[in-house]
Design a protein around this ligand. Sequence first.
Ligand code: MOS
Length: 706
Amino acid sequence: MDFYIDENDRVDGRDKVTGKAKYFAEYQVPGLTYGVLVTSTITKGKIVSLDTKSATNAPGVLAVISHLNKPSVAAYEQKEGSAFKIFYTDEIFFNGQPIAIVVADTFERATYAASLVKVGYQKAEFNTDFEKSVGNANARKLQGQPPYIRGKADAYKTAEVKIEQVYTMPIETHNPMELHGMIADWRANDQVQLYAKTQGVASTQMTISRTFNIPKENIKVNAEFVGGGFGMALKTWPLEIATVMASKQLKRPVKLVITRDQMFTMVGNRPAAHQKIGLGATKDGRITGITHIAFGQSAVYENFTEGVVNMSKFMYQSENVNTNYFVVPLDLSVPIWMRGPGEATGAFALESAIDEMAHALNMDPLEFRIKNDPEKDQVQDRPFSSKYIKEAYRLGAEKIGWKNRKSVPGSINEGNWQVGYGVSVGVFNAGRGRATVKGILKADGTLVLQSAVTDIGPGTGTGMTLIASKALDIPVDKITFELGDSSLPPAPSQGGSATLSTVGTAVSEVCAALKSTIAELAVNANMDATSNFVAVLKKNNLPTVEVTKQSNPNTEAKNYAMYSFSIHFVQVKVHQSTGMVKVSKIVSVGDSGKIVSPKTARSQMVGGAVGGLGMALMEESLLDHRYGRYINNNFADYHVPVHADVPEIDVIFIDKPDYIVNPMGAKGMGEIALIGFAGAVANAVFNATGKRIRSLPITPDKVLKA
Ligand code: MOS
């Protein structure tokens, strides 16, 4: 072989760059057919007629399935769950709602036939305008989370210095390169093979099992490689149910890959948010009150909530804190988690307000944060399992050149550009769940590890391989980590920054068990207990030795507050005539425990910073409220950062183990990589220009107008 994997390489890097890695849509299944969805062109109302005759008669068409002729779906026959049950209703809940699937022998024929379906509607009044609804006393608002009060509510109002501001952000849409979809192959005897785009093969398996009422053992889900998820693939969507439905009816494999514009309406989004922050402090900079009232967007047919106000409860020392969170159901498709869910939204508001307060107090924003850094988690009255945030502040400040920052905004000019510095903090729960891993040591000197976890890109396989390599002193190129297959030992979905912690714990335990098994076998065979496992297996005439272990949620969770922290520093340049904002330097510091896999950890932080850059400056799903339709639902108009937008990114890790969280001492970092980033940019824009932009994204028009 002309390559090798060293400590610092991705185990699947070569497969990914050479195209050997297979994503769901690439599986070649004999007799494959192709599904294309017909979608509603109105936003709310009813389907009154659906003419499928020309579509059905079009060349190559095998089936047109709609609410008029749908096959029976067990769970949909019950009335429970989401009001939107695909093809089980004539009701329209949002524009772009899938109302029929056309299946043909080629994708092109299915696409053509789908264009022939004629739909008649009865339209109803609708509302897709979030900001307007927040301001409208009569608009429906649901409690998103119970209100929280510590000490006195709205204590900021009577503080010596107070800030009260509203921060808004638009809907953002997950736009991983890989489009969503599925290949479903419902075979004889209700045996179902699914090639899915999912963050959890077990969760997809369970959803299909429940929905179609067949044993989960009948269903095999494969998702070995996933081309990005960001949270949208944590749920099995109606379009996937439609694919399975079609395959079951046709007794043929069906592939459905949605289009880029359908990504905006069928697989969730980061909900728009409107947040009021009230902050009170003494003149010498001690916080005396925090109020955080948030509104998030949701759907009429299904509710969605997230932890928007969590961070405000514990991030800063304050006797008085009150939060409340409401959701506004609109005639739009339901949101879902998107990287740093909830916290990224809350952090933008809170960390902007913290910066505003520091400015009002004439204090350095870092000094202000340090002064109000809590010793313990005041919500649950528990110590933090680990927290090195002050060290993170110091390291990041040094790297970005914080000493060059001027406290008076608009002080630094470089020609037509104004230069500024900003900082913001991110935090996310460092949770751990339950997972099972099987380890197989082989007499040929290799180790195979198996778990039904998925890897949406962060480098799970690499991380697990490194954990095992270290634990058993086996070179990484002798270890294979098998994942993304529901028939492997069970593991949770990849999400919430918990995979390395959860599955890594099981890997650690498997390795420890394998080690003691080998030692026992060695002693039984009159060998030294520390003998090499290959020799031990050979001496015992064993081709392999296997161990399966289940890791469990952290028992210390009730004694400690366990969080990962990040701090993002940016330098921005703002063009005086055009209002264009360029992020010219980024330093992200992760307080995420011991780093298990340096290359993929760094990549996580880089990816989060790039995502944060998009959130800060570009990402915005725009609706035309006259029609309830997205108008920038493509990659030309929905802007995400490209290489030219991204400066050199410095990533620093505290790299100190937290053994309370797990035996590796590692805390998650997927979410903290992005959480807080947008606030750092907004704060830097203020420092550069004296203009406070409280509405994301910070586009040139807003900068010029401010
Ligand atoms: Mo993450 S939003 O938990 O995929």
